[in-house]
Design a protein around this ligand. Structure first.
Ligand code: KG4
Ligand code: ZN
Length: 345
């Protein structure tokens, strides 16, 4: 076991956030994120524009992360980067940068699976007092990872061994939030806005049917279509329908998405007998989901874990932490490693 602190530079560029972080063991020294505003104009992420923005932002973001952390690049022990899954053009920028920097500094390169990193975000700060042992999940635990691109129930056996035991057969939960928001005329990304309006609305004002999907899998595309038809129908007789019912609509839609997610999590816990339950990914920032998880956990005797807000959505701190656990195991990548858009857990 390594006793000297391990300093890692993490690079995240799987979608539309260019992020760099510096960690010392599980402690975050700096976590910088450059958001790409350009996509708001198009109502969703435009892959070609995302990779160009990564290209522009990467060096300044890394520079600033090192400066903020007070770490000279010569002090880095390794560079961890997101290998996938994600947008290939975006991943190529981060992976090429990480390869070049590891070569120039002659330090190990570590490839990280973005979905594994979302789960490992729970261990950020563990040894720095932010999260004590009791506040971090004990293995084995279940993690509902809900983001813009994925919806999975992951069985985490240890830091690096994880199994997907359920996943979406079509849209991801975050995608459902964003697509429904688009139908409602809300700007991208719509998830946080639906969350905001939902807090002022009645979750039982409107009823939407839930999909009947076997086992621990999810589906969200039918819900999206049924909401589209529902709104069209209502607006035939009242063109102000959305404006007059915005908060109730958002609240009812959010309630339905959360119910779909939590019902499967309950089934997964029953099936595996595991009561250590975590959530991760961008949608785990949703206030309704956070509250419902805690409530359900109290009823069913679970120990529940929710990451701090800043580590729910995409960030490089989680990449660096995942890199740290791989570093301890000596799991390094060669210069021949490739970005992988469909990299599976
Ligand atoms: O993990 P993430 O940052 O990126 C991906 O890996 O996809 O997740 C982004 C997703 C977006 O769909 C966004 O709308 C959703 O997370 N999201 C939320 C909230 N904050 C972010 N969805 C619902 N409520 C929120 N508060
Ligand atoms: Zn993500």
């Amino acid at each position: 076991m390594n006793t000297k602190p391990v300093i890692i530079l993490g690079i995240e560029s799987s979608c539309d956030e260019t992020s760099a972080a510096v960690t010392k063991d599980c402690k975050v020294l700096a976590n910088l994120i450059a958001n790409q505003k350009i996509h708001e104009l198009y109502g969703g992420v435009v892959p070609e524009l995302a990779s160009r923005a990564h290209q522009k932002n990467m060096v300044p973001v890394v520079d600033e992360a090192l400066r903020k952390a007070g770490v000279r690049k010569e002090k880095l022990n390794a560079i961890a980067f997101t290998r996938g899954p994600g947008l290939i053009g975006s991943l190529l920028v981060g992976s090429s940068f990480a390869k070049a920097m590891s070569l120039a500094l002659n330090i190990p390169l570590i490839e990280v699976n973005h979905m594994q990193a979302h789960v490992l975000a729970h261990f950020i700060g563990r040894e720095s007092g932010v999260g004590s042992r009791e506040q971090t999940p004990n293995f084995p635990f279940l993690c509902l990872t809900v983001s813009g691109g994925h919806t999975q129930i992951v069985l985490a056996k240890n830091y690096l061994e994880m199994e997907v035991i359920g996943e979406t057969v079509d849209d991801a939960a975050g995608e459902a939030f964003d697509k429904v928001a688009k139908i409602l005329g809300l700007p991208y990304p719509g998830g946080p806005l639906i969350d905001k309006y939902a807090q002022e609305g009645n979750p039982n004002a409107f009823k939407f049917s839930k999909p009947n999907i076997p086992e621990l899998n999810f589906s969200f595309s039918g819900l999206k279509t049924s909401i589209l038809y529902f709104i069209r129908e209502k607006e035939k007789t009242n063109t102000n329908f959305f404006r007059e019912n915005r908060n109730d609509l958002c609240s009812s839609i959010q309630h339905t998405i959360i119910k779909i997610l939590i019902d499967k999590l309950v089934a997964a816990s029953k099936q595996t007998g595991i009561k250590e339950i975590a959530i991760a990914g961008g949608v785990s920032a949703n206030s309704g989901l956070r509250t419902k998880l805690i409530e359900t956990g109290k009823q069913l005797g679970w120990k529940t874990y929710i990451p701090p807000f800043e580590y729910c959505t995409d960030n490089a701190a989680m990449i660096a932490i995942a890199g740290y656990f791989k570093y301890l195991k000596g799991e390094f990548a060669g210069q021949n490693t490739t970005a992988s858009a469909r990299y599976r857990l």
